[in-house]
Design a protein around this ligand. Structure first.
Ligand SMILES: [Zn+2]
Length: 177
């Protein structure tokens, strides 16, 4: 941030505000404090009764060309479930039923929280969108594990195949060293 959105001053600096315990961006001119907090990503693992699930081939960075579950950043004024269903519609033209919260994955080293719901595929006229070059059903045995976009996606699919979605799973993903 170069200019304070409140007073337009350029005097923004990192410091620990009074009564606080960590560094924040603070405007030295008007005193405004700019808090930065984790972003929430929310999406859907959509399955069928024939042991298949939906993957989208990413048409955007990061991880262009890799397969992912439809998911994206939660918007203001939105519940995580509304966000997940909206992203699924936007990225895959897909609707789901029997929606259940499944994974809550904290990824502290990149300041993100991922939430995935499971849901049953409703419409079969899903397809490509400006964000996905392909939207495809994969048999559980044919998941392209080496071409999946994100560790949170890999984790969510693995947990679903191993344990089903009867229990909500809350985990922390650490960087692989
Ligand atoms: Zn200011």
């Amino acid at each position: 941030m170069n200019f304070c959105p409140v007073c337009s001053s350029a005097e923004i600096a990192k410091k620990i505000p009074e009564d606080d315990n960590r560094e924040r961006e603070v405007c030295n001119s008007c005193g405004e404090i700019f808090y930065s907090n984790p972003n929430i990503v929310t999406g859907v693992l959509a399955y069928t009764d024939n042991d298949e699930l939906i993957l989208c081939k990413r048409l955007i960075e990061p991880r262009h060309g890799y397969w992912t579950l439809p998911a994206g950043f939660l918007e203001n004024q939105e519940s995580i479930e509304e966000g997940a269903l909206r992203e699924t519609e936007e990225e895959a033209k897909l609707r789901v039923s029997d929606v259940k919260l499944f994974t809550i994955l904290s990824v502290p080293h990149i300041d993100q929280i991922y939430t995935f719901f499971t849901g049953k595929v409703v419409n079969y006229d899903f397809g490509p969108t400006p964000e996905s070059s392909e939207v495809k059903l994969f048999k559980y045995d044919d998941i392209p594990w080496e071409e999946l976009a994100f560790p949170t996606v890999i984790k969510t699919i693995k947990l679903f195949l191993e344990r089903g979605d009867d229990k909500i799973i809350n985990e922390v993903l650490r960087p692989k060293i």
